[in-house]
Design a protein around this ligand. Structure first.
Ligand code: ZN
Length: 276
């Protein structure tokens, strides 16, 4: 049985988790609470000098774990696909300026476009971007999304599908972010995580919980322990696969955003030690 986490040295929080806080507030409050990592969502950088924001974060003793998010490659037109590549180039440049080691990708899907064709376009887009990312010193992490999002958010719904793309591209810049919310149901999860470890593509690990009933497909994620995901067991598999990075708490929740964010941060830290 995987041992509980003893401290916050590997705790990272996504800025979207405490969405009511501006970037500066989140950084100040995470740092004061002893949190060591932060994943920055692009909207948190709006209207700010990206390079200076990166410095401000490091000055508070926080490690930037990733920039969220790029992707959305598929389109029904060549122009649309080219626009997506351009946007991802901007995202990579932003990550480099911020000092983020990777960009997390929600790969995209288009209603009416087959999942097979979407995955082909995702692979083609990544093939163009991988050398660009490598030159910028930024990695690209494909995040498989739960199949409930296969219509319009991502045609990559399992770690197996993400691995197939990685194995086709064979670029050290392209790997996978495993988010328990999206993959906990997969009967091959343990073996797939182990395979990512062997293939050196396990770039990121995101935690939260699955509530029953889930009342909103996007914004009703639970705090660790509020749902049915065996988070600690999955963390054990991830660690066995050789992953030594941060455990990133990523919770979109109207319920939690409506409350006091200082109390929510405390709850996150308790749940991190007790239920992750
Ligand atoms: Zn995630």
């Amino acid at each position: 049985m995987t041992a509980p986490l003893k401290d916050f040295s590997k705790l990272s929080i996504h800025t979207i988790t405490t969405k009511p806080w501006a970037l500066e507030e989140a950084v100040r409050n995470y740092s004061a609470a002893g949190v060591k990592g932060i994943t920055v969502w692009r909207q948190a950088l709006e209207g700010r000098d990206v390079k200076a924001s990166g410095q401000m974060i490091r000055d508070h003793g926080l490690t930037i774990t990733a920039l969220c998010r790029g992707g959305f490659f598929p389109s029904t037109t060549p122009e649309g696909r080219a626009l997506a590549i351009d946007e991802n180039r901007r995202c990579i440049a932003e990550a480099a300026a911020l000092g983020a080691p990777m960009v997390v990708l929600v790969c995209g899907a288009i209603p009416g476009l087959s999942l097979f064709e979407s995955r082909k376009q995702i692979t083609d887009g990544l093939a163009v971007l991988a050398p660009h990312a490598a030159a910028a010193g930024v990695k690209l992490a494909i995040e498989p999304l739960h199949p409930m999002y296969a219509d319009d958010r991502s045609a990559v719904n399992t770690i197996g599908q993400a691995r197939a793309i990685c194995n086709e591209l064979k670029s050290p810049a392209v790997g996978i972010a495993v988010d328990v919310y999206h993959v906990w149901w997969d009967d091959r999860l343990e073996q797939e995580i182990a395979a990512c470890g062997r293939e050196k593509t396990l770039f990121g690990f995101h935690i939260c919980d699955w509530r029953t009933p889930t009342t909103d497909l996007l914004n009703d994620r639970g705090l660790m322990g509020e749902g049915c995901i065996p988070i600690r067991q999955i963390r054990g598999w991830v660690e066995q696969a050789g992953f030594t990075g941060f455990n990133e708490v990523e919770i979109f929740s109207h319920r939690h955003w409506a409350g006091d964010q200082h109390e929510f941060l405390q709850s996150i830290q308790h749940a991190y030690l007790d239920r992750s």
